[in-house]
Design a protein around this ligand. Structure first.
Ligand code: ADP
Ligand code: MG
Length: 467
C-alpha cells in the first residue's frame, strides 16, 4: 500500500522534496484501514503535516478508501533516548524491567487540516526509554537524619509530580551519598504510580554529549523538541554543566518549557546552588525556585542499617562486631561502605574463611588506602588551576597579577601539605622558584586563611578535592 502511495506522491512533488520527506519514512503496519508510518523526528512529522497532508490524504484514500487513516510513529530513541547501558552497574537480567514507554500527545497545531478526520489527532506514538534503574528504589533507600529531608521531598514529588512547590527538586551532596540512587528512586516511584507519564533519567554528561551531537548534526531543534515531550525530567550531576554555556542555554529553554507546563524537573548536584561555579545566573535562579535538599554524610546508626540491609538482601550473615567495625571506620561515603562489605563477603567466600575482625581490618585498611588518591604536585597544580579557570602555564608564569599569584601560592601550600616534597623541590616544580618563595607562600596562605573569608573558602573547596 505504502509503495503505491509513494509512487503517487513521487509523481506529484519535486524529486528533491520527495527524497527529503518521503524516502526516510518507513511503513510499519497496516491494520484495517489505518496505515502506521514511522518518521525520524517530531519536527519531521510536523513538517509533513504542514506541507503534505493533502497529498498524503489523496494518496491514501486512493489505496484504502474514504475511511483511510494514518498513524505516525515518531522515532527518536536512536538519537536521544539511547539504549546504551547505564553508567551505574545493573545486572543484565534487570534490563528487561526498563520497559519502553509509549505516549499519546494531543496535537496542538494552528493548521486546520489537522482537524481533518483523516489524520487521527493525538495518535503519535513516541517511545522513550526512561533509563531508570529499578534497583534504585525507595524501599532500599534507607532513611536517616542525614537524608530525611531529601528523601521525603523526593517522596512528595513522586506522589504528585509537577504538583508540589518542589519544582525543580534539587538534591545535592558529596560523592557516594545517594544522589543517583534517590534520583532513580523518585523516577521509579513515579513510573509505578503514573505509568502513563514519560519519565527520563539522564546524566548531565550524557545530556551534554547529546546536545553537542545535535549541533553537529544540525538537529538542535529535534533535541529540544524531544526533551519538551517529557513529563518528568531527571538530570543527574548538573555540576557537569558548569562552564558549558551552549548546553546551559539549551537546558534553560527546556527547563522553562517543562516548568511552564507543569512538568516535574529533578536535578542532582555535588554542590548547593550558591556554591555552583560557572553556571549562568538565570539557571541558578531557576534552581532556587523549587527546593534544594542536602544529602549529608550518614551518621553511625544509618551506616549500620545500610550495611545490615545490604547483607540481608544478599542473604549473608556477618557477626555484629564486624558490621560495627566497618561502620566505625568508613564514615563519609556510602559507596565505600558498600564496597568494603562486598569485598569482605567476597574474600570470605573465596578463601572459605570465617569473617573475622582481622579480615575486616585488612579489608577496611586496603579499602581506605585504595580509595585515597595519590596526590602529586602535578595533580595539585592541575586541580588548582582548574579551580581558578586558568591553565597550569599561567599558574606557573612570572606574572604578578593578584589572582594568579594567589593560585600559585595555594598550589605551593597544598604541595607542602599533601606531599612529602621539600620546599626546594616544590619551588622548582611550580614555575622554578626557590625554597624561600615557597615558604613565603605557605605563610601568606596561613595568614589569609585567618583574615579573608573568601580565601578561606578557596582553601576549604580545594582541600576537599585532595582528601
Ligand atoms: P552519589 O550519586 O551521591 O555519588 P549513589 O547514589 O551512587 O551516590 O550512592 C552510592 C551507593 O550508596 C549506591 O550503591 C547506593 O545504593 C548506596 N546508598 C546511598 N544512599 C543510600 C541509602 N540511604 N540507603 C541505602 N543505600 C544507599
Ligand atoms: Mg551519582
Amino acid at each position: 500500500v505504502w509503495k503505491n502511495c509513494l509512487a503517487f506522491i513521487k509523481d506529484n512533488i519535486q524529486p528533491q522534496a520527495f527524497k527529503t520527506w518521503f524516502e526516510p519514512i518507513k511503513p510499519i503496519k497496516l491494520s484495517e484501514n489505518a496505515l502506521s508510518i514511522q518518521v525520524p523526528s517530531k519536527f519531521f512529522y510536523e513538517w509533513l503535516e504542514e506541507h503534505y497532508v493533502k497529498l498524503l490524504k489523496v494518496a491514501l484514500t486512493k489505496e484504502l478508501g474514504e475511511s483511510a487513516k494514518l498513524v505516525y510513529i515518531i522515532r527518536m530513541e536512536n538519537t536521544y533516548g539511547n539504549k546504551e547501558p547505564f553508567t551505574e552497574k545493573i545486572p543484565s537480567s534487570n534490563r528487561g524491567a526498563m520497559a519502553a514507554q509509549e505516549m499519546d500527545v494531543p496535537i496542538k497545531s494552528k493548521n486546520p487540516e489537522l482537524r481533518n478526520p483523516f489524520v487521527i489527532p493525538g495518535i503519535r506514538n513516541i517511545k522513550i526509554e526512561s533509563q531508570l534503574n529499578p534497583n534504585y528504589n525507595f524501599d532500599n533507600f534507607l532513611e536517616g537524619d542525614s537524608n530525611r529531608l531529601a528523601r521525603s521531598a523526593g517522596m512528595a514529588v513522586a506522589n504528585k509530580p509537577g504538583g508540589t512547590s518542589f519544582n525543580p527538586l534539587l538534591v545535592f551532596g558529596g560523592v557516594g551519598l545517594g544522589k543517583t540512587h534517590l534520583a532513580h528512586a523518585i523516577g521509579v516511584e513515579i513510573k509505578d504510580k503514573y505509568p502513563e507519564r514519560t519519565v527520563l533519567y539522564i546524566s548531565a554528561e550524557k545530556f551534554t554529549q547529546q546536545y553537542i551531537e545535535s549541533v553537529k548534526k544540525n538537529t538542535r531543534n529535534d533535541f529540544i523538541h524531544f526533551y519538551q515531550l517529557i513529563d518528568v525530567l531527571i538530570i543527574d550531576d548538573v555540576q557537569f554543566l558548569s562552564g558549558k554555556s551552549g548546553t546551559q542555554d539549551v537546558f534553560f529553554h527546556i527547563f522553562n518549557h517543562l516548568h511552564q507546563n507543569g512538568k516535574q524537573v529533578i536535578l542532582t548536584s555535588d554542590k548547593a546552588p550558591v556554591d555552583m561555579q560557572d553556571i549562568e545566573q538565570r539557571l541558578l535562579s531557576r534552581f532556587k525556585w523549587g527546593l534544594s535538599a542536602e544529602l549529608q554524610s550518614p551518621d553511625y546508626e544509618t551506616r549500620i542499617s545500610i550495611l545490615k540491609n545490604k547483607l540481608y538482601r544478599d542473604g549473608v550473615e556477618i557477626p555484629e562486631d564486624i558490621i560495627e567495625y566497618v561502620a566505625k571506620h568508613i564514615k563519609t561515603n556510602i559507596r565505600e561502605l558498600e564496597g568494603a562489605i562486598i569485598s569482605l563477603i567476597a574474600q570470605s567466600t573465596l578463601n572459605k574463611r570465617e569473617v573475622t575482625i582481622e579480615l575486616a581490618q585488612q579489608v577496611v585498611e586496603k579499602f581506605v588506602k585504595n580509595t585515597k588518591r595519590e596526590v602529586s604536585i602535578d595533580y595539585i597544580q592541575k586541580v588548582v588551576s582548574d579551580y581558578f579557570e586558568m591553565d597550569v602555564a599561567t599558574l606557573q608564569s612570572k606574572t604578578r597579577k593578584r589572582h594568579i599569584v594567589q593560585a600559585r601560592q595555594l598550589a605551593m601550600f597544598f604541595a607542602k601539605k599533601f606531599t612529602k616534597a621539600s620546599l626546594a623541590s616544590i619551588g622548582s616544580q611550580i614555575g622554578k622558584r626557590d625554597h624561600a618563595t615557597v615558604l613565603h607562600a605557605c605563610k601568606t596562605v596561613d595568614n589569609l586563611a585567618e583574615t579573608d573569608k573568601q580565601f578561606r573558602k578557596y582553601i576549604d573547596d580545594l582541600t576537599k578535592k585532595f582528601s
